[in-house]
Structures are given as C-alpha cells and as structure tokens.
Design a protein around this ligand. Structure first.
Ligand SMILES: Nc1ncnc2c1ncn2[C@@H]1O[C@H](COP(=O)(O)OP(=O)(O)OP(=O)(O)O)[C@@H](O)[C@H]1O
Ligand SMILES: [Mg+2]
Length: 270
C-alpha cells in the first residue's frame, strides 16, 4: 500500500519506545500514513521512570520543522512536549513559516507521577499564545486544571474547563479523562458549536504508558486523511482503547500499549 497522508510530529524521544516520538511514529505508521519528525528533546527512560532529559537547541528544532516541511509538505502536524518558552517561540516561528492548518497540540506539562515538566513561563505562553494558533488542544485532567485554574472531578467540570479554554481562544478542545476513576473513561470534546462526551470502557492495567501521545497522534492522522475533527477524536479514542486492551505487558513498570493492534500484514518476506 501507499501512505494515505503525511504527518510531521514535533515531540521528544522516549528511549523505551512507549511514548513520545516513538509512539507517534508507530501510531502514524500503523494507521497507514507517513511520519516525519522534529525532535525537541532526548529522554533516557524505561517503564519504571525517566533517568535524564537532554534538550535540543531551539534553533535546531525550528530547522527540523522548516527544512523537512518545505521539501515534503505535511498534511497535518502533531505537537507534543515543548519544555521551555524559548522552544515554544521557535516552534511558533517555524509554524508561521510553513503555514499548515491542521495542527493538534498535546500540551504536555505533568508527568504520570504528577511532576510538572515545564515551567510557569512556558505554561503562560501556551495559554496566551500557542493554543490560539492550533486547530485543537488535547490536555489531560491535570493539564486542563493548570490551564484553567479549576478543579476537575467529573465530566461536568471537564466541560466547564473546556469552555474556559474556548474563551481563551482555543478552536477545539478534547479533555482526556484517563486520570479520573469512574467505571467508564469519559473524554470531552468541545468547540463553539457543540459538546460531545465520548464514553469508553476503562481497563484496570498498569500498562498505559503513552496513551496521551498516541491519542493526539491518532487524531492527527485521521484528520490528515480528511476526516472531520469530531470523527477523528472518536476514531482516535477507539484506536487507543484497543491498544490498551491488547497491551503486550512489557517491562517492570508502566508498560507500553499495543500500537500494532490495527495492522494486518499480508506479505511475508523469504
Ligand atoms: N485505564 C484506561 N482504560 C481505558 N482508556 C483509558 C485508560 N487510561 C486512559 N485511557 C484513554 O487514553 C486516552 C489518553 O488519556 P489520558 O488521560 O491517559 O492522557 P494522558 O494523561 O495525556 O496520557 P499520558 O500519561 O500518556 O500523557 C484517553 O482517550 C483516555 O480515555
Ligand atoms: Mg499526556
């Protein structure tokens, strides 16, 4: 088969392969599209935790985005963790240069254990500037709480926070419900015209490393193929749900999900 579309991923590398750039490339590939990357940081981690993070020079991040996109034009862009205000400013500059409309921002700020990954200056810049420049943002519950200064305990609170983000200038918002404890996971989609709550089965598993990266990239991929934004969210959630259900149970800590769950390989090589 030929790739259905082309995606540029701006994110960090996860040496364990479950999240970050590695999860993003696997997602794009298993959904049948072509992945390109601009790496923002290199992390040394495994399923038990992060050992170190080495940041890439912001100018080099801009170069990766512009040089790659001017040759092979992406149909859509997914943005993951941007760790400082300098990086955010360079990414904004690069995006203004290449003029791609379908951009999904996963505003990564808090690690699984609750540690803040980016400083307040960067958070304020995301809130005041970046969220207006993209088509959709996909915060998880702690990130939505930080961005809106609210406390989220249920779907109603998620809808309130999402509407606040629309007031700040976001076009579309998907607040991910993985962090609540209800029997069903609820992901809340809001824009100026509509509100949709997606319900899916919650799995009891420690293997949920990279669900957030994977979801935003799956949505970007469906969007890049021409699906409408709400439909792309529905399909992305389905993809993550099946990947969680069939996780391979690797590693001693929070293991990866199964990005290959959608693939049927018919060809063998001899
Ligand atoms: N235990 C679970 N069972 C089913 N779906 C889940 C579960 N945990 C998360 N999800 C789904 O995974 C997607 C990502 O949500 P989540 O809230 O985990 O994002 P995140 O916190 O950004 O993830 P990450 O920790 O990878 O950054 C959502 O669609 C959510 O509903
Ligand atoms: Mg996340």
């Amino acid at each position: 088969m030929k790739p259905k579309s082309k995606i540029l991923i701006i994110a960090g590398s996860d040496s364990s392969g479950g999240a970050g750039i590695q999860a993003d490339i696997k997602t794009v590939t298993s959904l049948g599209s072509y992945a390109m990357t601009a790496i923002t940081a290199v992390t040394t981690q495994n399923t038990t935790g992060v050992k170190s993070i080495v940041a890439i020079n912001p100018k080099e991040i801009l170069n990766q985005i512009v040089f790659t996109s001017k040759d092979i034009k992406p149909d859509a862009i997914k943005i993951g963790m941007l760790h400082s205000s300098k990086v955010i400013n360079y990414v904004i500059k690069a995006l203004e240069d290449i003029k791609i409309k379908k951009i999904i921002l996963d505003p990564v700020m808090v690690a699984k254990g609750g540690t803040k990954l980016i400083n307040n200056k960067a958070i304020n810049l995301l809130k005041s500037n970046m969220i207006k420049k993209v088509l959709m943002i996909t915060p998880n519950i702690p990130e939505a709480e930080i961005l809106t200064n609210t406390k989220i305990e249920n779907a109603e609170d998620m809808i309130y926070a999402a509407n606040q983000l629309i007031k700040y200038g976001a076009k579309n918002v998907l607040i991910k419900g993985g962090h609540l404890k209800d029997k069903f996971v609820q992901d809340v989609f809001v824009n100026k015209k509509e509100i949709k709550v997606f319900h899916s089965k919650r799995y009891k598993t420690k293997n949920s490393h990279g669900t957030g990266c994977t979801l935003s990239t799956a949505i970007t991929t469906f969007l890049s193929c021409g699906k409408p934004i709400k439909k792309s969210c529905e399909l992305g959630i389905k993809y993550v749900n099946l990947a969680l259900k069939s996780n391979p149970n690797y590693g001693k800590g929070h293991g990866p999900i199964n990005h290959l769950n959608s693939i049927k390989i018919n060809k063998t090589f001899k």
